[in-house]
Ligand binder design. Sequence first.
Ligand SMILES: CC(C)(COP(=O)(O)OP(=O)(O)OC[C@H]1O[C@@H](n2cnc3c(N)ncnc32)[C@H](O)[C@@H]1OP(=O)(O)O)[C@@H](O)C(=O)NCCC(=O)NCCS
Length: 195
Amino acid sequence: MTESRLALFSPQETDLPAFVELDRLCLGGMWSLDGYRREWESAKGFLLGLRDNDGLRGVGAFWQILEEAHITLLMVHPQYRGRGWGRLLLLALLAEARRRQLERATLEVRASNQVARDLYFSLGFRLAGTRKNYYDDPAEDAQILWLNGLQTPIWERRWETHWREQETRLAAQGLTLTALGEALLYNGAKLSPGI
Ligand SMILES: CC(C)(COP(=O)(O)OP(=O)(O)OC[C@H]1O[C@@H](n2cnc3c(N)ncnc32)[C@H](O)[C@@H]1OP(=O)(O)O)[C@@H](O)C(=O)NCCC(=O)NCCS
């Protein structure tokens, strides 16, 4: 029987069309292939995929500006939501931000996106302000959230607790978590290095 695996991976260029396809499904086509390629090529960008045995299930990204991680993307395939995979991706982004010595993370979220807001708040993000009518289709305010203290021991301990909870959750789903690619160096996360 094939083992069921969930893999966090740094994409190759040939993976990017699948990212565009998932983007269409989750976000109505926020970034084109060129957009993904820009993120992928730049040392300031960080692009992360999550896949199971059958294909791409989630994507996360941030853009590094000075000592800040600007989280630009977080999405999970609609049929695979509510399993902790979005939380896992976000924790992985924050681990990479910490590894890059970044001090804080920020993002914008639709005021009505309760699921995403709950996720961010549960990891310690706090509301810092609002951008009026930031989004179109439908027009809506963006809430600006920040998470400070990524380099503090308190955050490190909190991250590890959250990460272990996700590992337990995945084990209960019969899944083994794996990391693929050079960028995925999760100190303390004990990911096995590749399939
Ligand atoms: C936001 C998104 C990535 C979350 O992915 P997910 O895999 O479903 O999230 P998880 O299962 O890890 O859940 C994380 C938290 O979100 C909240 N959440 C998830 N599903 C929820 C639901 N149906 N109702 C309320 N809250 C929910 C909970 O706080 C949950 O934590 P918990 O499982 O410990 O209770 C996913 O809903 C998505 O792709 N949405 C469309 C794109 C998007 O809006 N991205 C965010 C832009 S800022």
